[in-house]
Design a protein around this ligand. Sequence first.
Ligand SMILES: Nc1ncnc2c1ncn2[C@@H]1O[C@H](COP(=O)(O)OP(=O)(O)OP(=O)(O)O)[C@@H](O)[C@H]1O
Ligand code: SF4
Ligand SMILES: [Mg+2]
Length: 350
Amino acid sequence: MSPPILEIDGLHLGYATRTGTAAALRDVHLSVDAGESVGIVGESGCGKSTLLKAVMGVMPPNAAIEKGAIRFQDIDLVTADPVVWRRARWSGIAMIAQSALNALNPVMRVSAQIAEAILAHENWPRDKVRARIRELFEMVGVDSSRIDDFPHQFSGGMRQRVLIAMALALRPPVLLADEPTTALDVIVQDQIFRRLNQLQEELGFAMLLVTHDLGLVIENCERIVVMYGGMIVEAGPTAQVIAAPAHPYTLGLYNALPRLGAAVEPISIPGRPPDLERPPAGCRFADRCPFAQARCRTDPPMRDIAPGHWARCHRTDEMEALRPAALDPDTWERAADTATTTDPDIIKRI
Ligand SMILES: Nc1ncnc2c1ncn2[C@@H]1O[C@H](COP(=O)(O)OP(=O)(O)OP(=O)(O)O)[C@@H](O)[C@H]1O
Ligand code: SF4
Ligand SMILES: [Mg+2]
C-alpha cells in the first residue's frame, strides 16, 4: 500500500488572544490517501478553517503550532525550512478559500492573478502561461474568452469556478476546499461539485472538503471527519459513520440534517460550543451531550470502532443502545436543562 499523501499527526495549534490562548486545534490526527475525498464537518468555530490554513501554511500571525507534524509526501512541513512549505504551496497543496470574493483581488484581471500563482513556481513564457489559463478556464467550465475579465464581471458561481481553476493551475496532488459553495444556490452548488468530482477523477488529486453541510459530504466524500471544539471526535468511511455513528455529537449533527420527505423535523443541538480559551475538563462536548456521565470529566479515549473508523468518547461500546434515544428531541432538551445546573459534577443523564 502506498503511504498517505498527507498525514497530520497530533497537531496542536493555539491563537494568542488579549486574554490568553485559544486552543483551536488539539491532538488532531488525520491521514489522507492520494486521490481520496475527505469531508470535514462541524459547527462554526470548531477549527475547520484553522486546520486547512495550518496545512496550507497560511496561518495568521497570532497562530502558533505548539506540537505535532504535518507530513506532505513524507516531509514534515512544521519543522522543515519555511522555503519548503512555500514551495509546496499551490504546486503541492492548493486551497480554495472560504470566501471567493475576498480571495480574488478586485482590481486585477483574473488572468494576471492566475499567472502570478503559476509564475511563482514555473518559469514559463507569457504565451504558455496564457494558454494554460485558457485551458484551466475550459476545464472548470468557464468560457476561455473571459480570462482577462475582472472578478466583479463574473457571477458568484463563475467566480468560484475561477478559484478552482486557480487552485488547480499547477496540478497539485492535494486540494483543500473551505466551504467552496456556501454562498451559492443549490443548483449552482451541484454543478460545481459535479465538475469538481470529474476533475478529481481526471487529475487524481486528494480533496479535503470543509463544510457545514453533512449532505454534501455524504454525496461527495468517501471519508468523513467530525470536529468539535478543536478536536476530531469521530472519523471513518462516510457510509459507515452515517449508518452507525459512534459519537453523540455525530448523532446530533445527523439529526440536524433536513431529510426529503421525512415526517420528523430536524433537531438542532441545544447550547453552544465550548470557549476555547477555557474549555471544560475532559470531553469538550460534555455540557451539551445527553449521554454525559461523571466520567466524562476525564479525557475520553480515541476508540477503534471498525477498521479506519474511530471515535473519541467514553461510551462508544454502548452506542447501539443510545442511538434510538438520540432520535428523540426530548433527549436533547433534557441535556440542555441539566447543562445549566450549578452542580460541578455532571448529572448522570441517560
Ligand atoms: N486569528 C484568530 N485569532 C484568535 N482566534 C481565532 C482566530 N481565527 C480563528 N479563531 C478562533 O479559532 C476557532 C476556530 O476558528 P475557525 O475559523 O477555524 O472555525 P471554523 O470551524 O472554520 O468556523 P466556520 O464554520 O464559522 O468557518 C474559533 O473559536 C475562532 O474564534
Ligand atoms: S458520552 Fe461522555 S465522552 Fe461521550 S460525547 Fe458524551 S460527554 Fe463526551
Ligand atoms: Mg471556517
